[in-house]
Design a protein around this ligand. Sequence first.
Ligand code: 5GP
Ligand code: SF4
Ligand code: MG
Length: 458
Amino acid sequence: CGVFGIWGHPDAAQITYYGLHSLQHRGQEGAGIVVSDGEQLSHHKAVGLVNDVFGKGELEHLIGSGAIGHVRYSTSGGGGYENVQPLLFRSQGGGLALAHNGNLVNANALKHQLEGQGSIFQTTSDSEVLAHLIKRSGYFSLEDKVKNALTMIKGAYAFLIMTEKQMMVALDPHGLRPLSLGRLDDAFVVASETCAFDIVGAEYIRDVEPGELLVIDENGLRSERFSSSVSRAICSMEYIYFSRPDSNIENINVHTARKSLGKKLALEAPVEADIVTGVPDSSTSAAIGYAEASGIPYEMGLIKNRYVGRTFIQPSQEMRERGVKMKLSPVRGVVEGKKVVVIDDSIVRGTTSRRIVNMLRDAGAKEVHVRISSPPIVSPCYYGIDTSTSGELIASSHSVEEIREEIGADSLAYLSVEGMLEGIGRNSKDQNCGQCLGCFTRSYPTEIYPDTVHPYEK
Ligand code: 5GP
Ligand code: SF4
Ligand code: MG
């Protein structure tokens, strides 16, 4: 998912719309905006793309100087209107709106407990739990209620919380998801990715820190802490696959990181070939890096139909299979008679790689060598990225050689974990370089609760 918020700007909803538009790659199933005019909260949300949801004058009704917005990609709780965010709760004391990127690992346990105490949930998403915990907290001020509630949830979260009078921004103690703070004139802006700042003309200030709570209101911005034990474990997949190449995560440009992953891959897994090609769009940067380091020319061997969305965001396997077919085409004039190295950022189920190898062979490629700019994904993600269930993850039960055979490539190699950490090049002394490596190493930064059912295993 993607979140965007702004406080202190007369065109808050319009700016949030542009921000969400630039975060569209983070979720394509639903979009919504809640706006505050200081007295009340108004909202609009629907299933669909940002443009479809806000294309018919809906923004005109969203008047106010504070806004939070969300684009949804359902890893948990399923699709449907009620799970589209921001969630909005009305009570006699006023409204509370909430937008969440990430996935909580103890949501089921908390929900069970809350329902036992009489809570009734509007949605099946994990995000709603926080609102109930805030409302039930015995503390007096909203800020203390929020802090108290945050100490009870575990997992990955970048939360935007808004009332008529305040916006609050919280990042989990491991900083699993990216979240940045910026400024636009007198207003503060926050976004999942810095590309949203560029689009709206905001100036980047800094990344929100793990365990930090920002409180933004008429008195300006205050930084508070709700957790004292913090250790950064930003999702590696944000660098490898998920984020937009023009975004920076903790001052590392995503395209540049991918390009150096490609360079590392060329050093770790060289191959004799005539051309290097990437799987557009997410692997283009890595392919450029591989070509640069290997001296093999980069070519456009595959093109993408730009009117088809990200394949994995289509929830069923059948839809995904069809998506790949519609999305990518080989360039016969480029690959015919050639030994081709294809770079992809990851193999999840193997669907994409298998099709691409077939496609390139059908288009006349003499040899097809597959190189992956991340380590094998051997274990599911519990934090909000759809790396699928163990059963569907091809690398959880197959060796590299077996996968090579399965996808029909002449050769296959992945980047090592060390190569990935060096390639991304984060400035950190920790062994994990401040990154989450859970899906590659099975070692997760948080506890995984016995009832943390993977969303797709429900
Ligand atoms: P597969 O086809 O092996 O299931 O998925 C891998 C391909 O889909 C890669 O091209 C990658 O860019 C893209 N991709 C799809 N879904 C995801 C996802 O949730 N995580 C990751 N890592 N890559 C995905
Ligand atoms: Fe990212 Fe993998 Fe960690 Fe999930 S398990 S947060 S996909 S690095
Ligand atoms: Mg891809």
